[in-house]
Design a protein around this ligand. Structure first.
Ligand SMILES: Cc1cc2nc3c(=O)[nH]c(=O)nc-3n(C[C@H](O)[C@H](O)[C@H](O)COP(=O)(O)OP(=O)(O)OC[C@H]3O[C@@H](n4cnc5c(N)ncnc54)[C@H](O)[C@@H]3O)c2cc1C
Ligand code: SF4
Length: 331
């Protein structure tokens, strides 16, 4: 393991100064991903900047009816907070479906968004991997790729993003609040993570010299009827093969509002705009759900071992929508 310096930042400007002075420095939140990556030699910062003393741990109501999640609030605190449980069940469920209680007690909201892919070859420093070492190739494309992406892939990388939380944030149209040295900015969640294209080494559009301070959830009154459905190899302590975050509002048995996003299928949470467009204003029937799922997966590309994900994604969309239809009191 490479030797590194440990710095404790007392406030946000000090944290930002530390990473600006040192391009190899990294912030550390709960450390549940960064420390693993350092142990494996995948991440090799020469300095870690501990941001745990910064005042970003609150979960609070916003004046417009939304909710602000502090960047350093722990995943367990966020999942169990009454504002999240009552207004955004999809988010509470996504968080509780992830990792283990011990990990969720340590993992922060910002760290969750920035966790890196679970592609086996990314973790194996002896394998070629464009994400870990740009230009070295992609070991996954012609090898075992059962857990890999089917949407938005490139010839450079077919990895998936592992966060469950991010998929739920996608259907809530959350925004990521970011502090830079000069100014603060807001990044819509859909623009936060990137598709691999020719630069798979970049997971997100966050700069090295930017600190996440909070994640804002707008008011989404119909999100009280929402669901996170995660399909995985084991019933707990496993990443998604496919997951669906769904929000549904019916009026006279017609779909008045619907939002869908997929996890485990792409380099970023995959907001299912084609499926949403196919469903709006239609009767809530299995046939319409299936047609919408077909529309969304039309552009999916399978690799040698992951073709099953295409049908699995379609069925998971249908099941999530059926579950929400049955739960919704009919107007
Ligand atoms: C065994 C295991 C199983 C897991 N299963 C799941 C699962 O099923 N689903 C799931 O979603 N996750 C799962 N996880 C991942 C877990 O959710 C993440 O490791 C965790 O959320 C990361 O948060 P952290 O605070 O520990 O991040 P850290 O490890 O501290 O940091 C991660 C990254 O974020 C950066 N960072 C942290 N905070 C900030 C900030 N405020 N601003 C800018 N950059 C920042 C760090 O520099 C680092 O690059 C699992 C993890 C393990 C170890
Ligand atoms: S899929 Fe991406 S992360 Fe995995 S080996 Fe290929 S380039 Fe690396």
């Amino acid at each position: 393991m490479r030797a590194f310096t440990y710095t404790q930042a007392s406030d946000a400007p000090a944290a930002l100064q530390a990473v600006i002075k040192n391009p190899e420095a990294k912030f550390i939140g709960g450390g549940t991903n960064l420390v693993d990556l350092m142990r494996e030699g995948v991440e090799r910062p020469n300095e870690v900047v501990d941001i745990n003393s910064l005042p970003f741990k609150q979960i609070e109501e916003l004046p417009d009816g939304g909710v602000r999640l502090g960047a350093l609030a722990r995943n367990s605190h966020t999942a169990n907070h009454p504002l999240v449980r009552q207004r955004y069940p999809v988010l509470a469920q996504a968080l509780l479906s992830a990792a283990s209680p011990q990990l969720r007690n340590l993992a922060t909201n910002a760290g969750n968004l920035l966790q890196r892919t679970r592609c086996y070859y990314f973790y194996d420093v002896t394998a070629p991997c464009n994400k870990r070492q740009p230009g070295s190739g992609c070991a996954a494309i012609h090898s075992v790729n059962r857990i890999h992406a089917i949407l938005g892939t490139s010839e450079q990388c077919i990895a998936t993003h592992p966060s469950d939380m991010a998929v739920a944030l996608s259907v809530l149209d959350a925004t990521v609040q970011v502090q830079g040295t000069e100014a603060a900015r807001t990044i819509p969640i859909e623009e936060f993570h990137r598709l691999p294209g020719d630069t798979p080494e970049r997971d997100t559009n966050l700069g090295h010299d930017e600190l996440i301070t909070a994640i804002d959830l707008p008011a989404v009154p119909f999100a009280t009827n929402s669901l996170y459905l995660k399909v995985r190899d084991r019933p707990s302590y496993a990443f998604a093969l496919v997951s669906v975050a769904a929000v549904l509002e019916l009026e006279d048995k017609q779909i008045k509002n619907v939002r869908l996003a997929l996890g485990g299928v792409a380099h970023k949470p995959w907001r299912a705009h084609a499926a949403e467009a196919a469903l709006l204003g239609k009767p809530a029937t299995v046939e319409n759900f299936r047609q919408a799922a077909e529309a969304e997966l039309q552009t999916a590309i399978a690799y040698e071992h992951n073709a099953f994900k295409i049908e699995l994604a379609k069925r998971t969309i249908v099941r999530a929508l059926l579950t929400l239809t049955e739960r919704q009191p009919l107007a």
